[in-house]
Design a protein around this ligand. Structure first.
Ligand code: UT7
Length: 332
């Protein structure tokens, strides 16, 4: 059976840096609170005149292709993880396909929020293992700044989320690559972290867009405490599941890349698993939580910094809206 190997990584974040001090001008918050509760120092917000989810993904893709010594035409299929597509439909996968100048390859969107990139990776891995495709572009990308309530009312989410894109090229290989993926969900908690509108489950005639004065249902709503409590349990559980499935121990992990939700969550997992600090990669300080973008951006940066080497065991883990949670264990 074929394995899937990540042969190239790339990421792109918008140029505009938004500091905690800048957010504090419109929101009743402050640098100390944000750093203490989340670890975030700054994040990137798009320039709506130039950045789209698809074109950020295209920029990340070109970097990943260069690093893999591949051309755009080598891509057989796109799996695009985002909960913030450029349009309500179609998904951003087809927009990326157009942006890359590819004619008719398939493009699939995955809407699993913070776990989206691992779900996408797992989907691409399955396609490669069956022999259906040889080279798959896997994206995690988000523009969240446009759906945040950047007032005091939305302060528990406004200070957390950021924009950015990451890309991974997966190729069939006879060697090791992705060893396993584990995917989970629990829809009982769907409304604990969600954006309600535009949803199809309510009659649209009741609220014509031009009549909408209260746009709060279009903003991110999060029960932060509850999400936090579930996250720390599920992260740990799904990492252990990955290790057990591969008959490995925590000592075998060379690098753990957790979804960048909150530095306190990452630190909790690191301490609970008794991993050395340098075995857990964090960049939330610079980018905030970029949802599906966070893991591929972090992987790309870790690779650039020489923290992922051939033969390493890299563990990815995520938890988020849905609730969904997931892990992937990779032999690089
Ligand atoms: O990636 C998807 C998954 N998402 C997550 O995993 C996020 C998980 N949750 C969290 O990261 C944390 O719950 C937050 C960072 C969102 C909030 O931190 P917290 O320590 O859970 O704070 P809290 O919600 O319990 O709020 C504590 C206090 C409250 O005030 P009172 O009621 O104690 O007077 C909040 O109103 O902090 C207040 N608060 C703020 N104060 C200053 C909430 N947001 C802010 C803010 N600035 N931005």
């Amino acid at each position: 059976m074929q394995h899937s190997k990540i042969v190239g990584l790339g990421h792109y974040v918008p140029e505009r840096i938004v500091t905690n001090a800048e957010l504090s001008t419109n929101i009743d918050t402050n640098n100390e609170w944000i750093i203490e509760r989340t670890g975030i120092e700054e994040r990137r917000f798009i320039d709506p005149k130039t950045d789209t989810v698809a074109n950020m993904a295209a920029k990340a893709t070109h970097i990943a292709l260069d690093r893999a010594n591949l051309k755009v035409e080598d891509i057989d299929f796109i799996v695009f993880a985002t909960i913030t597509p450029d349009y309500f439909f179609p998904g951003s996968g087809v927009l990326l396909q157009r942006e890359l100048g590819l004619e008719s390859i398939g493009a699939l969107d995955i809407r699993n929020a913070c776990s989206g990139f691992i779900y996408a990776l797992s989907t691409a891995d399955a396609f490669i293992k069956t022999g259906m495709y040889k080279t798959i572009l896997v994206i995690g990308a988000e523009i969240q700044s446009t759906a945040l309530d950047l007032t005091t009312r939305g302060r528990n989410t406004a200070v957390i989320f950021g924009d950015g894109a990451g890309a991974a090229i997966l190729q069939a290989s006879d060697q090791q690559g992705i060893l396993s993926t584990h995917l989970h969900s629990d829809g009982r908690f769907a409304e604990e972290l969600y954006v309600k509108d535009p949803g199809s489950s309510r009659p649209h005639m009741e609220r014509q867009p031009e009549q909408i004065l209260d746009t709060s249902s279009f903003k991110v709503h999060m029960n932060g405490n509850l999400v936090f409590k579930h996250a720390i349990v599920r992260f740990h559980e799904v990492i252990l599941e990955a290790l057990e499935a591969n008959k490995m121990k925590k000592e075998d992990i060379d690098l753990l890349i957790p979804h960048q939700a909150n530095l306190r969550i990452s630190n909790y997992i690191q301490q609970k698993m008794e991993l050395a600090e340098d075995k857990v990669y964090n960049n939330i300080m610079r980018y905030g939580n970029t949802t599906a973008g966070s893991i591929p951006i972090a992987m790309s940066e870790a690779w650039e910094e020489g923290k992922i080497k051939e033969g390493n065991i890299v563990c990815l883990a995520a938890f988020g809206s849905g609730f969904t949670w997931a892990s992937a264990l990779i032999k690089w």
